[in-house]
Design a protein around this ligand. Structure first.
Ligand SMILES: Nc1ncnc2c1ncn2[C@@H]1O[C@H](COP(=O)(O)OP(=O)(O)OP(=O)(O)O)[C@@H](O)[C@H]1O
Ligand SMILES: [Mg+2]
Length: 361
């Protein structure tokens, strides 16, 4: 459906996107995930045909995007700056693409009404755009992008202005509609949860380059590099050295501790004995016990420095003398998590070898 081949974009001296290649098969949902300024919007606007790549080519349905004028492209779009018509009502905004595309006038009211139901805006149909809140306007924009059943939808942070509860509902709802209609979707976000919840594939970008393109579970479990490991989830980074390696079994020395570990990419050659590496350890993969030693492949004693209550989980910062000065972050989601360990409490921390992911430098 969409093929992006070796695409780059520079604005004068700024390089926004460098050598991006990927494709999206019909009916699939791809999320482009990355921090602010990583080139997400630029890439999406090139796919939409609004800006021209400096290098490479983009194909939709096998045809170069540049060959088809914007109004002939069957693309539904929601942009970061919503391009709604402020002087029209919400209803007329949603009906607009249907009128413009010459849909049967008798069919329009039913389609528009159905979309207002889907985006939970029944009763707001006759409001003008300025009379709606930011989140309501965003939902009008989503309705307008989907109402004509386009075969490709491009979304640029469409849910960013919604409160958390509504955003999480809309993520699931949007995913349901997308699968029901089988509409190919490219979604841009900096929200890792949204990317993991909604997508068939996640493309992580940083500095205009693709860092990893993989299904959500893969991005989470097997981050391709240190950037992806830090961007998705709460991750501790521990500088270490290779202590020993026997076949595929790898041991690293972190401070005064030695621990079994696994290489991030088993295809790569194991770094030699003594080589400096970085170890990623997700905060939710660290075990925390008060008193009894943790039942783990490697453990050490520490002291709680900080304890942050977040409702369904508790985030601890723990000083572990054997690991050096950096604090280890630990996320505790167990049902006993309401038993807060106060700052100063002595604890045992531990982890399993498979959760200590080694990245060669
Ligand atoms: N028209 C432009 N002229 C000059 N530089 C630009 C232009 N548009 C974008 N850039 C630069 O290109 C880089 C990528 O911008 P882009 O808008 O694609 O980022 P983004 O990933 O969408 O970020 P955000 O999450 O903040 O929306 C940024 O450094 C930005 O300043
Ligand atoms: Mg953007």
């Amino acid at each position: 459906m969409v093929a992006v081949e070796g695409v780059g974009k520079s604005f004068g001296g700024t390089t926004a996107v460098t050598d991006v290649t990927f494709s999206v098969p019909r009916g699939r949902f791809l999320t482009i995930l990355g921090p602010s300024g990583s080139g997400k919007t630029t890439l999406l606007r090139m796919i939409a045909g609004f800006i021209e790549p400096s290098q490479g080519e983009i194909y939709i349905h096998g045809k170069p995007v540049s060959a088809v004028p914007p109004h002939r492209r069957a693309i539904g779009m929601v942009f970061q700056r919503l391009a709604l018509f402020p002087h029209l009502t919400a209803w007329d905004n949603v009906a607009y693409p249907l009128r413009m595309r010459g849909f049967d006038a008798a069919e329009i009211p039913d389609r528009v009404a159905a979309m207002f139901g889907i985006v939970q805006l029944k009763g707001f149909e006759q409001r003008r755009i300025q009379q709606l809140s930011g989140g309501q306007q965003q939902r009008v924009a989503i309705a307008r992008a989907l109402v004509f059943e386009p075969d490709l939808v491009l979304l640029d942070e469409p849910l960013a202005a919604l409160d958390r509860k509504l955003r999480e509902e809309m993520q699931l709802e949007f995913r349901r509609i997308q699968q029901e209609l089988g509409v190919t979707t490219i979604n841009v976000t900096h929200d890792q949860r949204e990317a993991l919840v909604m997508s068939d594939e996640v493309m992580v970008m940083d500095g205009g380059r693709v860092q990893q393109l993989a299904p959500p579970a893969e991005t989470y479990r097997n981050p391709a590099n240190a950037f992806v490991a830090t961007f998705i989830g709460v991750t501790n980074f521990l500088p270490a050295h290779v202590a020993s390696r026997t076949g595929s079994a790898l041991r690293v020395r972190i401070g005064d501790l030695e621990s079994p570990a696994r290489l991030a990419d088993p295809q790569l050659p194991t770094p030699p004995h003594g080589a400096a590496v970085d170890c990623a350890l997700r905060a939710e993969h660290v075990w925390l016990r008060s008193g009894a030693p943790a039942d783990a492949d490697c453990s050490s004693s520490g002291r709680v420095m900080q304890c942050i209550f977040e409702g369904d989980r508790i985030v601890y910062e723990v000083a572990v003398a054997a690991l050096g000065p950096a604090l280890i972050r630990v996320i505790d989601r167990t049902p006993e998590a309401h038993l807060l360990l106060a700052p100063g409490a002595p604890v045992e921390v531990g982890w399993n070898a498979r959760d200590l992911i080694v990245f060669p430098r």
